[in-house]
Design a binder for this molecule. Structure first.
Ligand code: G6P
Length: 374
């Protein structure tokens, strides 16, 4: 490939480390929350106008595949908690083939790194054929079919992503989706100025915050030595971080070929607890949020069955390493944007586990970077 990988060992590692830059570029020029951010930059569709659309819509339908689907699942929490807009997230290949009830006042949001995924394009066209014409894409390729076919767009600037397992495109999508949530909140009169300023400040600090998380790499490598010996792993999260657990499990499956499942931690007792043994590591995403105490009791359930926990804990959670409990401390507690930071050690964990197992990290078996046929 013509993009130099040095000093990194693989494109995936390089792309993980490019995230501070990818987010800085994606948010560059964002001085305030304004609907114009979503007007088509490339090929403005006559008549499309984000301000007018945002004022009209009463719900959001997100359509995507793979990792992009998980960024959509994360955004649902922001759209409902910050903008108070009912949001549905659907896997594109399911949505296009089921009978659904169309709402012409829905904003259809497609999320796609490549902008060429066949199922996502078909799902968009299906929604349009049902009379839903307010369409917006969060996409990393300005010249893609998806950007051409949606009336509104936010083009992320993660740069070319070569590793098949998506990393920097995912966090860049989250940045775009957070902006969208703020814009919709504003359009509905639900974004007080002080809140806007607080969110903008947090977004500006993201590149530095990501840099601090990347410095955890040596600690994650120590975990990866344990994971490389396993055939199964369980990922737990709650709330906003449940989709991050899903994404962590997907990354591990894709490149290390370890079977990994993610569960919302409260569901543990309804099934996966039966799988817990000392040979199945349990990764837990533990931000210091309203669900922390509940999550701690879920962790006890695992420990009581001899399970070994690997916990990504915010600094102020008072979760300490001990017997069967490995803790990596996140540099700072990041509130609503915390998923963007917690996902990074999970990307590194998958990466280093795959390296330890000697797999073809950038080109995992049976997978393609962009799936342009059904
Ligand atoms: C493929 C890739 C995934 C990606 C998915 C959706 O399966 O291997 O990494 O998440 O397609 O791709 P998109 O370009 O639509 O985001």
């Amino acid at each position: 490939n013509c993009i130099e990988v040095a000093p990194y060992s693989h494109y995936m590692q390089k792309e993980i480390f490019e995230q501070p830059r990818a987010i800085a570029d994606t948010l560059e020029g964002v001085e305030g929350i304004t609907p114009e951010l979503f007007d088509q930059q490339m090929n403005h569709q006559p008549g499309a106008n984000a301000a007018r659309v945002f004022a009209q819509i009463d719900s959001v339908l997100i359509l995507a595949c793979g990792t992009s689907y998980y960024s959509g699942c994360t955004a649902k929490y922001w759209l409902e908690s910050i903008a108070r807009i009912p949001t549905q997230v659907e896997v594109a290949s399911e949505y296009r083939y089921r009978d659904s009830v169309p709402n012409p006042n829905t904003l259809v949001v497609t999320i796609t790194q490549s902008g060429e995924t066949a199922d996502t394009l078909a799902a968009l066209r299906h929604a349009q054929s049902l009379g839903m014409h307010h369409t917006l894409t969060i996409c990393n390729v300005a010249t893609s079919a998806m950007v051409r076919e949606c009336s509104l767009a936010y083009v992320t600037r993660a740069g070319v992503e070569i590793g098949v397992a998506s990393t920097k495109a995912f966090t860049a999508q989250l940045a775009g989706l957070f902006l969208l949530s703020l814009c919709l909140a504003q359009a509905k009169g639900r974004l007080p100025e002080a809140e806007e300023a607080r969110h903008l400040k947090a977004m500006r600090h993201l590149p530095a915050a990501l840099q601090a998380v990347l410095a955890l790499e040596p600690q994650v490598m120590a975990w990866a030595d344990d994971f490389a010996q396993c055939e199964n792993a369980l990922f737990l999260g709650r709330g906003l971080h449940y989709p991050i657990a899903l994404e962590g499990a997907l990354k591990l499956k894709e490149i290390s070929y370890i079977h990994a499942e993610a569960y919302p931690a409260g569901e543990l007792k309804h099934g996966p607890l039966a799988l817990v043994t000392s040979s199945m590591p349990v990764v837990t995403v533990a931000p210091n949020d309203a669900l922390l105490e509940k999550l701690k009791s879920n962790m006890h359930e695992v420990r009581a069955r001899g399970g070994v926990l690997y916990v990504l804990a915010d600094t102020d959670t008072r979760i300490e390493s001990g017997e069967g409990l490995h803790v990596i401390r996140m540099p700072e507690n990041y509130g609503e944007l915390s998923p963007m930071l917690h996902v990074v050690p999970l990307q590194l964990l998958a990466y280093h586990t795959a390296c330890a197992r000697g797999t073809d990290v950038d080109k995992p078996r049976n997978l393609a970077k962009s799936v342009t046929v059904e």
